[in-house]
Design a protein around this ligand. Structure first.
Ligand SMILES: *Cc1c(COP(=O)(O)O)cnc(C)c1O
Length: 406
């Protein structure tokens, strides 16, 4: 029986140029973002300018984490305590956490079979939920029809904040993910598309939002030391009324990230090569369903999701155990008891009684999730597919009577 022996959580090393620049930062002792030698831009300043250029956004703030960026984005966009925030029901725990941290109240929107936000439910809730914000998670890199989404939000005067933790490098009809809404947030935590351990970005074209975000991030009135920021006048009327919620990025992380940003597009292509091989293989497997991915979507296939439609909880548990025993640990968002990263809307009990989201529950109950780290090659992907196919064959193949086994 073949097994797979590589780790799904093993990322590539930091590029040598990043390691060398990080050592240079450490040798200099100037790790704090505002601690520069006279006249020299710091690594953090350079990174902000480079990421703004990459996104084609006017402004960029580097900060301590993706979750921190989300929290500050909502505050900077004017969220008041008790404001309702529409949000995908299928997302990761830091997203409702950031809404809660900013004083907002999440209103979850249903999920469809292709794992994106359900636009009919969004339309309904945009009209009835009394929300002025949508925090849109491009969860696991699946992009919804962005034109239709923006039309709904514009019609209902809803400000969109994009959570691009899984879409750094992705686009919809050639327009970068993160440039549709008023603000976008990114993560550079180890499992995302660039790795500084922890870290994040906030991007926007909006003067007032960026000025507030910079002051929130802990700029000690040194906001003029931000290259990708609005002119000083934007800060004049807000600088005394905007609290410092300390959450800056430092020069060490920025040094590690700059060469990764230079290589990002190439890395995205490598992810997509792995994704295409895995997707093509899994599509042949009887009993699995792969989501439809529209031609308008340029995604980054750093993970893959599929579902086992119509299968019972017991069968899915058995399927997961068989894959796991052969070295393919899949994630499952259907477990009532969340494990690892798979907590879901009914696990976030600090929000009160979980809402009724039957469609999301249905979708998550049969959805499996798997990372595709760049330490894998195409042969690895084919081996993983073979293992999943063999497990499916023993579990789902029709027996002699032609009936499906349970
Ligand atoms: C990772 C992640 C975040 C938050 O990023 P951190 O840098 O870990 O705070 C937000 N949203 C999604 C969907 C994520 O996967």
């Amino acid at each position: 029986m073949i097994t797979f022996n590589k780790s799904f959580t093993q990322q590539e090393p930091i590029p040598d140029a990043g390691i060398e620049q990080a050592i240079a930062v450490m040798r200099s002792g100037r790790l704090h973002r505002y601690n520069s030698a006279a006249g020299e831009p710091t690594e953090t300043e350079l990174l902000e300018q480079e990421f703004a250029d990459y996104q084609g956004s006017r402004y960029c703030l580097a900060c301590a984490s993706g979750g921190y960026a989300l929290h500050v984005a909502m505050r900077a966009a004017g969220l008041q305590p008790g404001d309702r925030v529409l949000c995908n029901a299928f997302t990761l725990a830091p997203v409702p956490g950031a809404i809660h941290n900013a004083g907002g109240v999440p209103v979850f929107v249903e999920t469809n079979d292709d794992f994106t936000i359900d636009l009919d439910d969004l339309e309904l809730k945009a009209a009835t939920a009394d929300a002025r914000y949508l925090l849109l998670s491009h969860m696991r890199g699946h992009l919804v029809d962005m034109e239709r989404l923006m039309a709904i939000c514009n019609r209902h005067d809803i400000l969109v904040i994009e959570d691009c933790a899984h879409t750094m490098g992705a686009s919809w009809k050639g327009k970068k993910s993160g440039t549709f809404g008023r603000v976008a947030c990114f993560s550079t935590q180890t499992y995302k598309h660039m790795n500084s351990g922890e870290g994040g970005f906030l991007t926007t074209d909006d003067d007032e939002i960026m000025a507030r975000a910079i002051i929130h991030s802990g700029s000690y009135m040194l906001y003029e030391r931000h290259p990708a920021a609005p002119p000083r006048e934007a800060f004049e009327h807000i600088r005394f009324e905007t609290p410092n919620y300390s959450g800056r990025m430092d020069n060490l992380r920025a040094a590690i990230l700059r060469p990764q940003l230079a290589a990002l597009d190439e890395q995205c292509r490598r992810w997509n090569d792995l994704y295409r091989v895995t997707e093509a293989g899994l599509k042949q497997v009887c009993g699995l369903r792969l989501p439809k991915r529209p031609a308008a979507e340029y995604f980054v296939g750093s993970s893959i999701q599929f579902s086992l439609p119509g299968q019972s909880e017991a069968t899915i548990r058995h399927f997961l155990a068989c894959c796991d025993a052969r070295g393919v640990p899949l994630k499952w968002f259907g477990d009532a008891d969340p494990k690892g990263y798979t907590s879901r809307f009914d696990s976030w009990r600090y929000l009160g009684e979980p809402p009724s989201l039957p469609q999301t529950e249905q979708v998550l109950s049969t959805m499996c999730d798997m990372r595709l780290p760049l330490t894998f090659d195409e042969a690895d992907c084919r081996l993983i597919v073979q293992i999943i196919a063999e497990v499916c064959e023993t579990l789902f193949a029709p027996d002699d009577t032609g009936a499906q086994r349970p």
